[in-house]
Write a protein that binds this ligand. Structure first.
Ligand code: UD1
Length: 377
């Protein structure tokens, strides 16, 4: 276990960290890390890979989070996995050579995370992975491949929950590289909750708190296969008969929905960060395939059904409000009715307390301090 941040002071002073973000959930995760490093006197170079580029997927997050503008934009854009990963790598390599930082900090499990860790590892620059050790056990998920490879390449592994630590140790990672620090997404959620509360999104949509359910679906395994998507839409239609649903639609999903929407399910454009939190807070039930939403709904105490066969975040089931219910329409409907009738009690995992960014900065500072001492000694 790392020492508590208070005992470590401003050890990160003198550190130069490159911090990478590329896609929607990354912006939420880097904010507390950038803030904590800045507060501890570190120099940060903030890199946006451009994996997400629309205002609704990127710009609005900067505004909502008060995230500073990136120092470098790689403009990688969309493409197949290989094309996108290669575009990020090709643009990141010369930049990294120029910046020559002490460490590259990557977050989450998107293609940008993998691409930048691979470039940094080959340049012999230490990689720190925030949200390390999550495993769904499902290698058909592109994110699972990204998690495994990124962790293998990383010198510092920041886990958000004890199961993450267990996976990393079981896979043979050196124990000294593994740090249980809590959840950066929760840092951001707790910091933004009051501002989300004052958003007019519910009133604008004519929604009453507790009077609707929230749906988010964007996993290729759910939305790219028309048969699976049809089954899920049928289930949503049945649930909407008891509890109207709102569905902010990710661009990947928008392209696949066509006109097929059941009565009672209302489609919205992708929600910005504060509106998404506000919609979760007001919801009676959340139905999702997102990793971040599983965590946020747990912290907000809102019942969540995960429409997947697995989760890489089992702590939200064991110590939160989440249930993994699969994708069979009958099971989804039955689980939704049960959650409406008997909502689970709110609970929150240990260390999901708003201080993960500070713990990460403290550990990064310790590592640099040790290296400096070795050089001096
Ligand atoms: C990516 C991540 C996923 C994460 C999700 C969050 C990978 C492998 N997947 O999935 O883990 O949960 O982001 O949103 O990294 N598009 C736009 N505008 C944009 C960005 C994308 O219209 O700003 C469209 C493009 O048609 C693109 C498609 O969405 O081809 C998919 O984008 P991509 O970044 O490849 O994957 P996501 O499905 O967003």
């Amino acid at each position: 276990m790392p020492e508590q941040p208070e005992t470590l002071g401003r050890l990160a002073a003198g550190l130069h960290a490159v911090v990478v973000a590329g896609a929607r959930p990354n912006f939420v995760k880097v904010k507390p890390v950038l803030d904590a490093l800045a507060a501890d006197g570190a120099r940060t170079s903030f890199v946006h890979t451009g994996q997400h580029y629309d205002d609704a997927m990127s710009g609005v997050f900067f505004a909502d989070l008060g995230l500073r503008s990136p120092d470098h934009h790689l403009e990688a854009g969309s493409g197949s996995h290989a094309v996108q990963t290669a575009a990020v790598m090709t643009a990141f390599e010369p930049l990294l050579e120029r910046l020559a930082p002490d460490v590259v900090v990557v977050v989450g499990d998107v293609n940008s995370t993998l691409a930048c860790s691979l470039v940094a590892a080959k340049a012999n620059i230490p990689v720190a992975h925030v949200e390390a050790g999550l495993r769904s056990g499902d290698r058909t998920m592109p994110e699972e491949i990204n998690r495994i490879v990124t962790d293998r390449l990383s010198d510092l592994l920041f886990a958000s929950s004890p199961d993450g630590v267990d996976h990393l140790l079981a896979e043979g990672m050196p124990p000294a590289s593994v740090h249980l620090v809590g959840n950066v997404m929760v840092d951001t959620l707790l910091a933004c909750r009051d501002r989300a509360c004052s958003r007019p999104v519910l009133a604008d949509l004519g929604l009453c708190p507790g009077g609707y359910g929230l749906v988010t679906l964007h996993r290729p395994s759910n939305v790219d296969d028309p048969e699976i998507l049809d089954g899920l839409l049928t289930a949503l239609g049945e649930i909407a008969g008891r509890c109207p649903l709102v569905f902010p639609v990710h661009p990947r999903t928008a392209g696949r929905l066509g006109g097929r929407l059941p009565d009672g399910v209302r489609v919205l454009p992708p929600a910005g960060y504060l509106d998404c939190v506000a919609l979760q807070m007001g919801a009676r039930l959340v139905l999702t395939d997102s990793g971040g939403v599983q965590e946020e709904s747990t912290v907000l105490g809102v019942p969540c059904l995960t429409l997947r066969e697995t989760t890489e975040r089992p702590i939200t089931v064991a110590e939160g409000t989440n249930r993994v219910v699969g994708r069979s329409p009958a099971a989804v409907v039955a689980s939704a009715f049960e959650a409406l009738d008997r909502p689970p009690p709110p609970r929150r995992p240990d260390l999901w307390d708003g201080c993960a960014g500070k713990r990460i900065s403290a550990v990064l500072g310790q590592v640099v301090e040790r290296r400096g001492r070795r050089r001096r000694g």
